[in-house]
Design a protein around this ligand. Structure first.
Ligand SMILES: [Zn+2]
Ligand SMILES: [Zn+2]
Length: 218
């Protein structure tokens, strides 16, 4: 499966960087995980990467923060299904429903397409879902997070339900128990990760520099 970072606080040449996160997952279906903060920047980066809005069959929103759902309107179309934490307000869900094929409310762990699962809503304060992606052959899994507000450790635990942990990609927020990353074989700290540079220094052999335009094959 191939992942392409579309929106991030950092970007490769030709793409725009901005505070927010979005990642395209090319599995059995094309899935966009989060939409960044600005529809203009999202559209610009997608165009540069040759991703058409109509090609996106599923959108998964990790949590209801502007830097993850702000670009949503730019990618909604009548044939897309949008997976949201069930705790989203009725108003938000209703607004999406008008412009999409369906809104799928997520509460517990679930399968989205073969090889792509959601942890379900985690956290007691800000509720957030993360994705769990199977690596080639399906023997291990990579966790893909938005901001990791429920705590990266809790998200990694939730990911283990689906297989042996291989890696983690996304915003890790204030996660500071960096030795806990020892067990992973691949780490891509993105977006809001406070200790990004420390992680890059501590694990140079397995850390991937995140940024819009980065391609990660798993
Ligand atoms: Zn964020
Ligand atoms: Zn957030």
């Amino acid at each position: 499966m191939r992942l392409r970072i579309v929106y991030d606080n950092e970007a490769k040449e030709g793409l725009e960087s901005d505070w927010g996160f979005s990642c395209l997952i090319e599995a059995e279906k094309k899935i966009l995980f989060d939409t960044g903060a600005s529809g203009d920047i999202l559209s610009h980066n997608m165009q540069r990467l040759g991703i058409r809005r109509e090609d996106i069959e599923i959108i998964v929103l990790s949590h209801d923060h502007w830097d993850h759902i702000g670009g949503l309107d730019a990618v909604l179309h009548p044939d897309v299904a949008v997976y949201v934490p069930s705790s989203f307000t009725r108003g938000t869900k209703g607004g999406i429903e008008k412009k999409a094929k369906a809104v799928v409310e997520v509460s517990g762990p679930a399968d989205i397409v073969p090889g792509v699962h959601t942890t379900g809503e985690l956290g007691i304060g800000i509720k957030e879902q993360s994705l769990v992606l199977e690596t080639k052959g399906g023997r291990s899994v990579v966790v893909l997070t938005g901001c990791a507000h429920p705590g990266l450790e809790n998200i990694l635990e939730a990911g283990k339900v689906f297989g042996e942990l291989y890696g983690a990609i996304g915003g890790f927020h204030g996660f500071g128990k960096l030795e806990r990353l020892e067990e992973l074989k691949m780490i891509a700290p993105c977006h809001c990760t406070v200790h990004k540079e420390e992680i890059m220094r501590m694990y140079p052999e397995k850390a991937v520099r995140c940024g819009a335009g980065e391609i990660i094959e798993i």
